[in-house]
Design a protein around this ligand. Structure first.
Ligand code: NDP
Length: 353
C-alpha cells in the first residue's frame, strides 16, 4: 500500500517535470482559445470550489468541509503541490522528527477527506468571474459553477530560458532533484541557484551523486545560514561563485555546460564543466495566468489580496498560498492562508443566504 502511494507520487513528480520542461503550463494560457462556457453542457453547481492541492488548498478543504461547505477540490497537475518535490520537511510545527514532503501532503489529503472534501484530478483551463456565480472550466470540458472559489494554485519552477534547456528536456535537464536525482546516482551533476531550494537540492544530490557543482551567479548565497552551512560542510559539493550558464552540450543528452565566470569584468572567462544532469533551482512563477483576465496580480503575477484577508478584487473569489505570497512561501504560511481563505469564504457564503 505504502509502495503504491510512493509510485503514484513519483509518477506525478516525474510527469510534472517532463511536462513542465515541455511547457505544459501553456494550457493555463487558454483564455483566448477557451470554449464558450455558456455553451458547454457538462456543468455542476457547488458552494465552495478549491483549486490546488498544496498545503493551502488542502487546509482550505479541511476548514471548508468542517464548516459544511461541501468543498470540491481540483488538484491540478502536481497533486500535493511543491512539497511532493521536496525531501525532508524539518520546519513544519508538530513534526519533531521531520517528515517527508510527499508523506506530509498525503496526510493533508487524508485529513481533508476525513471531513468529506471531494478531491478530484483536473486542471483549471478557463474561468468566467463576470457574474455572481463563478464559473471555472476544468480540462477544457467540465464546468463548475461555484458561489465561492478559493485559488490555491501555487507556483512553478523557473527556467533560465536557454534553447538547450528545451533541447535536453527529459534528457538531463530537470527542475526537481527529488524526482529525478535517482537517475544520476554516481554521476556528476550541476544545480543552478543560490537560494534555499538550490542549497537543499545540492545537498540532496550530493548524497546520490559523485560530484555536485552549485552554480551561483553572485559571490554570496541567498539561502538561510542553516542551509548554507549544510552546503559548505558537504565535501562533494563545489560552489562555482559568480558563474552564469550560457549553454548545455552533449550528443544524446546533457554531457556538459558552458559557463561564463565573472561576466562583464576584466577577469571574464569561459568555463566548461562535464556533467550528466542539470538541475534548475532559481525560483518560481505564480500559477495565476488563467485567472488574470479577472483577478488583479502584481507585475510578477502574484495575486493581490486585501491585506490581512484572502479576498481578491472579485467578490467571492479568494486566494491562498504561494500564488498570492511573494514573501514567505512556506508550507506553514500557505496552510495558514488556506485556513484564512476557508473562513473568509464561509463568512461570504453565510452573508449570501
Ligand atoms: P529564491 O527566489 O529564494 O532564490 C532563487 C535563487 O536563484 C537566487 O539565489 C537567485 O540569485 C538565483 N537565480 C534567479 N534567477 C537566476 C538566473 N537567471 N541565473 C542564475 N541564478 C538565478 O528561490 P528558492 O526557490 O530558493 O526559494 C523560494 C522560497 O522558498 C524562499 O523563501 C525559501 O526560503 C523557501 N524555501 C524554503 C525551504 C526550507 O525551508 N526547507 C526549501 C526551499 C525553499 P540571486 O540570489 O542572485 O538573486
Amino acid at each position: 500500500m505504502q509502495e503504491d502511494k510512493k509510485i503514484k507520487v513519483d509518477y506525478i513528480c516525474n510527469l510534472k517535470i517532463r511536462l513542465t520542461d515541455m511547457d505544459i503550463f501553456k494550457p493555463l494560457n487558454l483564455q483566448k482559445d477557451s470554449p464558450d462556457i455558456s455553451k458547454t453542457e457538462k456543468s455542476e453547481k457547488v458552494r465552495c470550489l478549491i483549486i490546488g492541492s498544496g498545503p493551502a488548498g488542502y487546509t482550505a478543504a479541511i476548514y471548508a468541509s468542517r464548516a459544511n461547505l461541501h468543498p470540491v477540490l481540483y488538484t491540478g497537475l502536481e497533486m500535493g503541490g511543491q512539497l511532493t518535490t521536496t525531501t525532508e520537511v524539518d520546519n513544519y510545527p508538530g513534526y519533531p522528527d521531520g517528515i517527508t514532503g510527499p508523506q506530509m501532503m498525503e496526510n493533508f489529503k487524508k485529513q481533508s477527506e476525513r471531513f468529506g472534501a471531494d478531491i478530484r484530478l483536473g486542471i483549471a483551463t478557463a474561468v468566467d468571474f463576470s457574474g455572481k456565480k463563478h464559473k471555472v472550466t476544468f480540462d477544457d470540458n467540465k464546468i463548475i459553477e461555484a458561489d465561492a472559489v478559493i485559488i490555491a494554485t501555487g507556483a512553478t519552477a523557473k527556467y533560465l530560458g536557454l534553447e538547450s534547456e528545451t533541447k535536453y528536456a527529459g534528457m538531463g535537464v530537470s527542475a526537481c532533484a527529488t524526482c529525478d536525482g535517482f537517475f544520476y546516482r554516481g554521476k556528476d551533476v550541476a544545480v543552478v541557484g543560490g537560494g534555499d531550494t538550490a542549497a537543499e537540492e545540492a545537498t540532496y544530490l550530493a548524497g546520490l551523486c559523485r560530484k555536485v557543482y552549485l552554480i551561483v551567479r553572485r559571490d554570496v548565497l541567498r539561502a538561510s545560514k542553516a542551509m548554507q552551512n549544510k552546503v559548505f560542510k558537504t565535501g562533494n559539493i563545489e560552489i562555482l561563485w559568480e558563474h552564469q550558464v550560457v549553454d548545455l552540450f552533449g550528443e544524446n543528452g546533457v554531457e556538459g555546460a558552458t559557463l561564463i565566470k565573472k561576466k562583464g569584468t576584466s577577469e571574464e572567462e569561459t568555463v566548461k564543466i562535464k556533467i550528466d544532469g542539470f538541475f534548475l533551482a532559481i525560483g518560481h512563477t505564480p500559477n495565476s495566468v488563467v485567472f488574470k483576465q479577472y483577478i488583479e496580480t502584481d507585475q510578477v503575477g502574484y495575486i493581490k489580496t486585501v491585506p490581512g484577508t484572502s479576498k481578491t478584487n472579485i467578490e467571492g473569489v479568494f486566494a491562498a498560498g504561494d500564488v498570492q505570497d511573494p514573501h514567505y512561501r512556506q508550507a506553514v504560511t500557505a496552510a495558514g492562508s488556506g485556513c484564512m481563505a476557508a473562513i473568509d469564504a464561509e463568512r461570504y457564503l453565510s452573508e449570501l443566504k
